[in-house]
Design a protein. Sequence first.
Lengths: 529, 341
Amino acid sequence: MRAHRMAVLGCTALLAVAACGGSDDDGGGGENAPSGGGGNADTYVLGTTDKVVALDPVGAYDLASQQLIGNIYQNLLSVPAGGNTPEPDAAESCDWSDDKTYVCKLKPDLKFSSGDPLTAEDVKFSLERMLKIADPTGPYTLLGSLDSVEATDPQTVTMKLKKVDATWPFILTHNVAAIVPDEIYSDSEKQPDDKIVGSGPYKLDKYTPNQQAVFSANPEYNGPNKPQTPKVLVQYFEQASALKLAIEQGDVDVAYRSLSPTDIEALRNSNAGVKVVDGEGTEIRYAVFNVKKKPVDNVAVRQAIAQIVDRQAIVDSIYKGTATPLYSTVPSAFPGAKESFKDKYGDPDPAKAKQLLDDAGVQTPVELDAWYTPTHYGPVEVDLWNELKRQLEGSGLFKINLDSTEWDQYKEEAFDKGTYYFYGLGWFPDFPDADNYLTPFMRDGGFFVNGYSNEEVNKALDAELASQDSGEREEQFGIVQDIQAEDVPVLPLWEGKQVAAVREGVEGVEKTFDPAFQFRFWLVTKKES
Amino acid sequence: MSRAGSLRGYILIRIALMVPMVWVLLTVVFLMMRVAPGDPISATLGGKLSPADLDERREALGFDRSLFVQYLEYLWDAVRFQFGTTITDGQTIGSILVENGGATLTLTVAALVFALVVGLPLGLIAGRYRETLPDAAIRIFAILGYAAPPFFIGLLAQLLFAKNLDWLPASKMASPIVQAQAETYTHILIIDLAIDGNWDGVWDVVKHLILPAVTLGLLVMGVFIRLVRVNVGQALGGDYVEAARARGVPERRVVSRHAFRNALVPVVTVMGLQVALLLGGAVLTEQTFSWPGLGTRLLQYLNSRDYIGVQGLITVFALVVVVISLLIDIINALIDPRVRY
């Protein structure tokens, strides 16, 4: 009897707890729940589903880590908000002394959050350490051009390159060149994530991997990017659906990466006190052709596909305002971007495509095996490829056999074995320069080894790398993009906007959306609620 | 052989049997991770670097060596309880256990409490009123609880109680501010908050705990209901119950004192065996609710093909289940000497 009574009491208590939750408004629940920072303007909460690999720059070659690193450390150069070219950050000035020597003069009185001074020795230590540790998950390969680095005096760093490389200033904005303190960091081991020290606008107070990162304004920072909110919490979620609910409930103030287009659209139309902000992004999606494999070894087949694909229809029907059409692999935000595919093919036109195939003596319909992966670029990928299939088959010129595989098998089949000849991929930049959208794809088969090689392309890429004149570089970029549209070794599809959902009263998020792809904590403010 | 000697022998044999069990499991995990396509390097950097660059990084991690060499090294490390550092986020298995074990413990204990508190009375009612409408309703409830996948129940619960009714938080273990302010003593958040006397924080964790604990608890509750129902039914037909009735003991007392108590004995044994079910369910529940436990980490490492993370956590899960099974066997052997022979 007693057991029975206790059980009933237990059940009642549990239900009461659940019911009480409904009327309570002091935390995560309740209609009038304060925003994630507890209604406090001193703190805002950023929610994300990204996963951090490392907070020491030597181990970080992923977007999630870079988002935090960009706020903790300083680089010699960085791309300021809204800009698209590197400008001095920890450096006072940087310039080429000859075509293979780059010299930077540091600002005076820079300090790490530990209080240690930031000197040229720290810069030398950081670059050399990156190459020495060569962490397998790290970005050290980006420093391939570096021959040597010297601290000429406490305020001057001289970097000698193995070859002329106009992208060097851009590489210096990447976390591969983030400056770490030589007094604290080891030159042979990765710094533990909970003992991170930088000289950036924020310092890391507490880090629980995959759960939460707690930042506060770095009192030693004396640069131009003064934090407008003293404390920032980054909250990590497993599921996009949970992140969406968290922003609706007010558990987080900003939901950034990665809500699905459908979630974004739902939040745009909701009245849950949330608004959607967006801005320029540099993520792209494209298709690759293995030009050594039939039937896409025939350039007419590739051109016919380029002639049919309707990018506007793709972004309208599938990406719901979170992407825009891409007419070369270089996103429109970069100097030198050119809409070469639009210039060459104009509006989608199946009749012109038929003419191209007829002129080349290709029998129609052309049967193609197309591949995508649903496990690396998100579930929307299936919609993208079904729409491509619909468009191509709608022309009457193609018969598409669409198939998909898990990312791990996909890469192996696509790159290592070269089994696939028409498949989808995506790209985030390493550094914000058009070169990073052309060299990896167009030079001698690209990183995906698709068999394409063009002497003219290689020459143009060599020329832009060797030139420090932006006009000259843009001209060479144009040449490569035009050849890309002519030969179609890859087919650009869309460029994504950066999108975030923010609670009412949170301002400044849109200011950080630019080609640098860096969420700058210091730009965001929150009104007291 | 004396009684004590026999028990000692039994326990030693059971401990000796654990070794091949764990070895088979370690081998299966190792082979499955290696046979499946992909590795941690290509999972994180595969869409960025050329095959040659990827190979260079794989070599740096020793993945180019023969499987046999890697296997021997892995076993040698496992024997010394050295599971290494995860490749995709640089954590040791020990630090993962410390950071995430508390969350899984909190969730599984709460789920077990829910399953007992709800499952036992319902099982009793179903057993007492066999073949009636309440019995049928409770049985259907139990089957649904056991059969419905936690991620499905979890999503429905989030939709109803978090999104539509706005009663409870949808995910995570605490509000961001509460988590950020908490001092770390035991790495079990709710206890750390209680030590600090932060009762608002404790209440915040309780609210976050309800939906995942109920979701996971439903799974085990189904087992308890069915077990108690059958045992109560059998006990009610027993001679001693008939004798109690014949002595004029009131029916409510017969059920609660005689039938229910006897029906609870196998529940104690089964409760231990449910640990495996709870841990398996916890993986799905944690993922659904972004609950920062070991299950969430295991899925993360599986997705990123992080051999070190998966091998280490599976080994920990296996050891927990094996040790608890051993303890139950020992308890059974102490209670019932027939088990030893």
